[in-house]
Design a protein around this ligand. Structure first.
Ligand code: ASP
Length: 368
């Protein structure tokens, strides 16, 4: 029997009724979203401001699409430009601490490294069965004209939706898989999804969730299996790149792995190819994992090109598919942080663990 009921002008469906029985935990960790202007007109963190506003915003309190919620504000508000794996781990552990008591989580966060945090949470929260929505704003809630209010309200609607069981970023008008987006501009549309469609968009006057694109419900219990302790460096390979310094680092064994951004496979006799071979030889000699990503934001190498990197010319280098460079760094730190061997980390880097990568396409004409 349908549980449809009239409440004011809204029709309460089974799912919406169920939302009022759910509960969301909000962590305000820092960022512009809750900042205020000081006397000189510069933005600065303002303790308790966002928390108090959220507790009073009638849109959050009275919408049938938003479950009741509690807010925990970090005592020292973090600027995301300074956040590292210790902070990512802290947020993951805070979610784990409240995981059984809440049905969804919203992280109010700075924009500068929001995509790193979302990626890190996507790997850390193994068997996640509830929505974790990361959002922020370019203009704080305290300003008369801002994107904070909308990002918060829609973010809370998404965090209240039981169909989602993954880490997402909501920003401007789109919901992105957390490990598939990047900050691309200093505007309201600061984030874009890379190599995977948006999980949801605002169409005309409503938010449409594309359910077929979502990760499916896991079977086991949620747990954190890594401390992100891998020592990973991102290195941009181009003709002027200072590879000699990198070779010194590799031979001193101060790194577990490198994410190497390249422009393409390159000419085998070229300067860049010679640098790549030197990196490969030294990394192999010191057991350092080298995962290759391409610098272009969209697209990926064909299988034949990927195999040229792996097997023929560069030995230890392995192309890991259409992952964002930021996601590749976080994933490598995650895999080493699980205590895996370099061989196992190299094997798992191109595998799809959390929807972060598309299997490498077959070369035209090849039998795959
Ligand atoms: N620096 C701020 C941060 O990332 C910028 C922002 O929130 O947009 O925390």
């Amino acid at each position: 029997m349908s549980l449809e009921k009239e409440k004011g002008s809204s029709i309460l469906t089974n799912e919406l009724l169920a939302r009022s029985q759910r509960r969301i935990m909000v962590f305000y960790v820092g960022g512009t979203i809750g900042m205020k202007k000081n006397e000189e007109g510069s933005l600065e963190p303002c303790a308790q401001y966002l928390t108090r506003e959220m507790e009073q915003m009638h849109e959050l309190q009275s919408s049938v699409e938003i479950a009741p919620f509690d807010v925990i504000e970090y005592e020292k508000l973090l600027d995301s430009s300074d956040m590292d794996h210790t902070d990512h781990l802290r947020i993951a552990r805070d979610i784990a601490k409240h995981y059984d008591a809440y049905d969804g989580f919203l992280i109010a966060h700075g924009t500068d490294t929001m995509h790193y945090t979302a990626s890190a949470l996507s790997f850390l929260l193994n068997n996640l069965a509830k929505p974790v929505v990361v959002t922020g704003a370019m203009v704080p809630l305290a300003e008369p004209f801002n994107d904070a209010r909308r990002n918060l309200i829609i973010g809370m609607m998404i965090a209240s939706n039981p169909k989602i069981c993954e880490v997402c970023v909501f920003f401007n008008d789109s919901l992105f898989r957390g490990n598939r987006c990047d900050k691309v501009s200093h505007s309201y549309a600061a984030f874009k999804t890379i190599n995977y469609p948006a999980l949801g968009v605002i169409e005309a006057s409503r938010f449409v969730l594309r359910e077929r694109l979502l990760l499916s419900q896991p079977t086991g219990g949620m747990s954190i299996l890594s401390d992100l302790s891998g020592r990973v460096m991102h290195f941009d390979l181009h003709p002027e790149a200072d590879v000699d310094t990198l070779l010194v680092l590799l031979s001193k064994k101060v790194l577990d792995g490198i994410v190497l951004s390249v422009n393409g496979v390159g000419h085998l006799k070229g300067v860049v190819a010679a640098k790549a071979r030197a990196i490969s030889r030294t990394a192999a000699a010191h057991n350092v994992v080298v995962s290759v990503v391409i610098r272009e934001l969209r697209g990926c190498l064909a299988r034949k090109e990927a195999e040229r990197i792996r097997h023929l010319e560069y030995g230890a280098l392995a192309y890991v598919g259409d992952m964002c460079a930021s996601t590749a760094q976080v994933k490598m730190a995650y895999l080493f942080g699980k205590g895996l061997s370099p061989t196992e980390v190299a094997r798992q880097m191109p595998l799809n663990l959390r929807g972060e990568v598309t299997p490498i396409p077959a070369a035209p004409g090849s039998k795959m």
